[in-house]
Design a protein around this ligand. Structure first.
Ligand SMILES: [Zn+2]
Length: 434
């Protein structure tokens, strides 16, 4: 593989410099990059005007394989990830069969490695079949070739307090983390959207904020009691922000994520009953959106995770009540973060790198992603044109599904190229190998 010389790109939007990539790492920067002997026959990439960040890391992706290859595959999801600037994604276990054994997580891990566009790290189910009845073989998944460190029943909440306690205790042995989909099931039976003024107007069954907040509060207390590590998936309400802030203040080892759609869209989108806006947890109010943005800026919320949830058209393009909840996210996440956080001045590029790369890598236990743009570090990078904008079209996305809630929206910032260990995985909107 030849070396790559990126000329004049700006790490974290700061001083532009040259970067020389070879052997999977950044071997030289600045003046030393062009004078290095490896630069002589390097492929030259013009980075003028571009921002370079460490490759993005998504802690919450649904790749649908095995089982729903009509909605997404590891290959199509990996292409979407590379095009979105990601070099690593964590794949949720709500597949068919469930990723609750060493065999299934190894299968997903190998599929990701064979595609080679992004590092795929399987998340293991907490309970057998995600049924919430008995613990899955967490240690077997942790010691498998996939080296699972994140466990979740995402899609469903581990609502049984004793099971949650046992899971938190169990993963301590290998520094694992339980990623909880916080949803009190009894409080959300039949829920269709956020419980509030809009749901009352539309006559749809409400999903009250307290159903999320109560579980997060309980789990923070359990985590304290056990001395373990908790991650809160897709935190969506202002009240949840308060609960996590209080827990962090008293020393709970808890991290939290927010999705791009919860940073941009509100429950008003449900007016019109277009099921593309149906998601779980649901879109909340403008006050919640403001609180989530501020919490991400303040560090109460640690990361942005996409909850990329492809659905085949027969599951999504149906009446609201029967539609599957979920939205695409991998190819739009960075642009939404630029629009909601960078442009309003809530985060700078260092902050974007922190919430979309460094912190998710750390929470997921990765040591070769989310690293600084510096000599000797893995060449996992994304080149971004911060001045470009683009109009989202679900049909044009690499995902096999097209359920983007940002259809027709003009979003700022474009991924120009993504590099995984020095190899270009996507450039100019085209994934490598296609
Ligand atoms: Zn979830």
């Amino acid at each position: 593989m030849t070396a790559v010389l990126i000329r004049g790109a700006a790490p974290y939007g700061e001083e532009p410099l040259d970067l020389l990539l070879s052997g999977g790492v950044i071997v030289a920067t600045g003046a030393a990059a062009s004078t290095d002997p490896l630069a002589a026959d390097a492929e030259i990439v013009d980075g003028a005007g571009l921002v370079v960040l460490p490759g993005l890391v998504d802690l919450h992706t649904h790749l649908r394989e095995p089982g729903r290859e009509d909605a997404e595959t590891v290959a199509s999801g990996s292409a979407a990830a590379a095009l979105g600037g990601y070099t690593a994604v964590f794949a949720m276990p709500n597949t068919d069969p469930t990723a609750d054994t060493a065999g299934v997580v190894e299968q997903v891990f190998r599929l990701g490695r064979d595609v080679g566009l992004v590092d795929v790290f399987p998340i293991g189910a907490v309970t057998v079949g995600r049924k919430g009845e008995r613990l899955a073989e967490l240690a077997a998944m942790a010691t498998s070739a996939a080296r699972v460190r994140v466990f979740s029943d995402d899609g469903d909440c581990v609502s049984d307090a004793l099971l949650m306690r046992r899971a938190l205790e169990y993963v301590k042995a290998f520094d694992g983390v339980i990623a909880q989909h916080a949803q009190e099931p009894r409080l959300t039976q039949g829920a269709q959207m956020h419980e509030g003024e809009v749901s009352a107007r539309l006559g749809l069954t409400g999903w009250p904020a307290v159903a999320e907040e109560a579980i997060i509060a309980r789990d923070c207390l359990l985590t304290d009691h056990v001395g373990s590590r908790l991650h809160v998936c897709h935190l969506s309400t202002a009240g949840s922000v308060e609960v996590v802030a209080a827990a962090k203040k008293r020393g709970t080892i808890v991290t939290a994520e927010v999705t791009p759609h919860h940073l941009l869209l509100t429950d008003e989108r449900a007016v019109g009953y277009d099921p593309v806006f149906k998601v779980n947890p649901p879109l909340r109010t403008a006050a919640d959106v403001a609180a989530l943005r501020q919490a991400l800026a303040d560090g109460v919320i640690d990361i942005v995770a996409t909850d990329h949830a492809p659905h085949a058209s027969q599951d999504k393009e149906t009446e609201w009540d029967n539609a599957s909840p979920g939205m695409l996210g991998l190819q739009t996440a960075l642009s939404v973060v630029i629009a909601t956080m960078l442009q309003p001045g809530l985060l700078d590029w260092r902050g974007v790198a922190r919430v979309m790369s460094e912190a998710p890598a750390r929470i997921g236990g990765l040591t070769d992603h989310g690293r600084p743009v510096a000599v000797g570090e893995p060449a996992n990078l994304v080149l971004i044109d911060p001045t470009a904008s683009w109009t989202v079209s679900g049909d044009a996305l690499a995902s096999l599904s097209s359920n983007t809630p940002f259809e027709g929206m003009e979003l700022p910032g474009r991924v120009v190229a993504t590099y995984l260990r020095g190899r270009c995985t996507a450039a100019a909107g085209v994934p490598a190998g296609s």
